[in-house]
Every structure is written in structure tokens, then in C-alpha cells.
Design a protein around this ligand. Sequence first.
Ligand SMILES: Nc1nc2c(c(=O)[nH]1)N[C@H]1C(S)=C(S)[C@@H](COP(=O)(O)O)O[C@H]1N2
Ligand SMILES: [Mo]
Length: 515
Amino acid sequence: MATPRKGRLAGALAALCALAAGEFLAAVGGISSPVVAVGDLVIDLTPGPVIRRTIALLGTAQKPLLLTGIVTTVAILGWVVGRQPNSHLAITSFLAAGALGGLATARTGAYFGGPLVGLTTAAVGIFALRRGIRTLEPGVGDASEDPRITTATRRGFLGYAAGMTAAAGSLAAGSRLLVDRRDDELRSLVTLPARRRSVPTGRKRPSLTTTTEGPFRNPDGLTQWITPNDRFYRIDTALSIPRVDPKSWTLAIDGLVDRPLLFTLDDLLSMELVDAAITLSCVSNEIGGPLVGNAVWTGVPLSELLETAGIGTTAEQVMSRSVDGFTAGFPLRVLDDDRTALVAVGMNGEPLPFRHGFPARLVVAGIYGYVSAVKWLENISLTTMAEDGYWIPRGWAKEAPIKIASRIDVPLRSQLPAGRHAVAGVAWAPVTGVAAVELQVDDGPWLECRLRQEEAPGQEGDSWVQWFTDWEAEPGRRILRVRAYDLEGRVQSEGPKSIAPDGAEGWHTRRVLIV
Ligand SMILES: Nc1nc2c(c(=O)[nH]1)N[C@H]1C(S)=C(S)[C@@H](COP(=O)(O)O)O[C@H]1N2
Ligand SMILES: [Mo]
């Protein structure tokens, strides 16, 4: 064949267009994306140790990379079979890819829609490839004979290629739109009641004090005290975010309780809801890292639900499970100090976003997310300590209080002119609360910084503080170091210690060149 390269390009385009058509059909039918379903299948077939290593290596980039890998594989498959578009190999390959996508999608519960989408995808691919090859046909084998034919062929092919690219692009964009629309509809079924209590336990800690006087400037780049929902970090094992229907959702409370209970979302919404600002952090947050945020959560106090169910005498652990099978547990005695612990249905005044656990999740002040903050919550079970949550057999500590931490956010740039500059950031020590934050320049004395929290419902110690100080920067290479103290007099550990198995330790350090 005279145009193997174009044949291959036609193959790759046909495969991508078929893929986009499959995504679109799945979105119209309201079933799982075939690409994501195949990703889930890959994860389920991958041995645990390999998964652990790729998470360690790739972190949060792991999911986008997997999905990109699947799309690329499909394009390469099209490229390979495009060389011999009419062969059995080409048709079989498209059918096999469609069948794989169809079966993977069926596994998510779309027993009829999945295979239908898979087969349609294969058919679109085969048809698009044939169509593409036909635009090449006049030139095949006799390209040198009539230059007018080759020009017409080239135009025909370019038109085909442009058309396929546009079709794939608009189908993909259309699927996105459809999925977003359906999400908005689901979430709009939920309205948070306007009347809410502001303090979970009826007590508020004494106001934080600081020994340094003077106004708190709000320098550019300082982290907002409340993290907006769309900027809140996201960590979970879910490749596709569960879309839970709030109308049929229930929360079971069972295990070592006197009376197992089942709540609908309306049950929870008609209870007296509580607002509380709580800082949530991931155990995988490196020193100075971004996996931490502060939000006002709205929900029902966990202790009220447990008391209604009646805590059994042998109960030792609160073990929660999500609709996608993730589990997390913490010792029941963690709740003994009356700390804020909510079955949260709202985040910063809105129903929970899908990424953050719609319609309900657990938020417990002062312990890392992986032992407590189960999103897309469906079950809370009281157990003995013998049971382990998802991350425990994977090498993470069974008990995981959030460590005292502080972070330098300002200055943003690492080169500055000499003179006065703001140095600022955030610090947290839940549930005790931050007493002081100190900054050190080079090997100089530790300077006490000003602290600030916003007016917000909840217990003050549960939330981070913003800290700020002015700095007269002198020319040269400067090193800034920060550390925090909690209200019980403990100082942030100097470390350095890495995140596994129970959270990083160390003083965040920034190098700044003053010119
Ligand atoms: N269902 C489910 N809930 C989960 C997780 C998960 O993987 N699945 N990860 C936990 C971890 S490790 C953290 S740090 C927090 C993060 O919550 P966020 O994504 O809302 O910030 O969710 C927790 N809840
Ligand atoms: Mo986490």
C-alpha cells in the first residue's frame, strides 16, 4: 500500500473518535465512562504492592496518568491496525477493544448499557476507519500516475482528518457538559436548613491570645483562612468520583451498638445541624505541603448518633465505610474529650461537593483524614480494635493524631529586593490550638509572629491560624524557618521525618535571595 502513514493516522483518528463517541453515549445514558471503567479494572487487576509503589512514585498524578495511558493505548491500537484497515486483525482489534470497554462498564452495574456502548464504540471505529481509508483509495497504488488525483486525495484526507478531530473533540466536550448538568441536578436536590447551631458541644474554647501587639496585615499570597470548596485539596482512592443519589442514600449505624439504626438524608437534615470550622489534613502532606485545608462543615454530631444507637460495652473503634468500599477507623476514646466530630452534609454553606463526599462524610477534628474523614459515607460500625481500615495493612499507623505544623506561604518569590517584606503563612495544632508561631532568619533569634483567626463557628483549636510578621531583609542568601507551639506548650518537632507511617515532622524552610 502506498500510503501506510495516512492509513495509520486514519486508524488512530478513527479509534479516538470511536472512544469519544463511546464516552458521549455513556454520558447520555447516565452510565459510567468506559475509559474510567477500564481504569478501575486495571487498578483491580494490579497487585497491591505495585499499586502502593506507583502511589508513592506518582502521588496524585497517578489517576490522570492512568486515564491518559488508556486513551493513548487506544490511539496506538488504531495506528497499528490502520496499516491494514481491511484485515481481520483491524476488525477484531476494534471489536476486542469495544468488548473490553463494554465489559468493564458492565462491571459498574450497567449490565445492558455497558456492552451496548462497547459494541457501538467498536462499530463507530470500524466505520470511521473504512470511511477514512476510502478518502485515500484513489491514490493507493497509483500515486505517481496523475498528480490531480493525488492532490484531490490529499485534500479529501485532510478534510477527513479535520472532521474526525472536530467530531472527537465535540463529542468529548459534549459528554463533559452532560455529566456536569446531571451532577448539578443531583446536588440541587439537597438544601441545607437555614437554622443551624454554631457550636457542637455547647462550649467554646477561650480566645487565642498573642503576645505581639499591632495590626495583622494581609499580604498578597497569604492562604485564605477559609479554603474555598473548589480549592480544597482532594485525596481518595476513587478513580471515578461516586455519584450518590441523595434520594435513595442511607447511612447505617451498626456493629457493637444496642440498636442498629438507618438514616435517610432527610432524617439527618431534619435533625439540629451544627456548623463548625475544622482543619482537615492528609497524613501524606509533606512539610510545607498543600494537602491541608480549613472549612466550615455542617452536620450532625457523631456522638448524638452513637448515643441514640447506644454504644455497646465491648465497642472500641469507630469504623466507617464509603459506598466505594473505602474504610477508616479510629479509637472510640478519641471522642472522650468532646472534640468536634460530625457526619457532615455541608461544606462552607453548600451541600458537600461530589469530590468531597456528597451527600455525607465524616469529619473528626485533630486526626488525619485516612483514619476518619470517610467521604460518600454509607456505614458507621462500632467494632473492636481488631479490625483495620483501608490504609493500615498498607503500612500506615493505626492511630494518627494531626501533628503540630506551620507553613511559610509569603514571600511568594525566592528573590526579593532588600528592605521590608511580609513573611506569613498558616499553622495548625488541632484540637489543642496554636499558641504561638516563631520565625527564624538564618541563625538569628526566633521572632514571635502575629496570629489571626476569623470569626467562625466551632472550637477555635480545631482550625488553623494565619501568622504574619514584618521582616527587614538584608542582602544575601537568607534562610527563613518557622515553627509553632500548641496551647499545651508543645513545640513543633524539628524533624525532619518523612510522611510514613504517621505524618511528616519538621520546620518548613524557605531560601530567599535578597539583592
Ligand atoms: N471514600 C473515601 N473517603 C476518604 C478517602 C478515600 O480514599 N475514600 N481518603 C481519605 C483521606 S486519606 C483524606 S486525607 C481525606 C481527604 O478529604 P478531601 O478529599 O475532602 O480533602 O479523605 C479521606 N476520606
Ligand atoms: Mo490522606
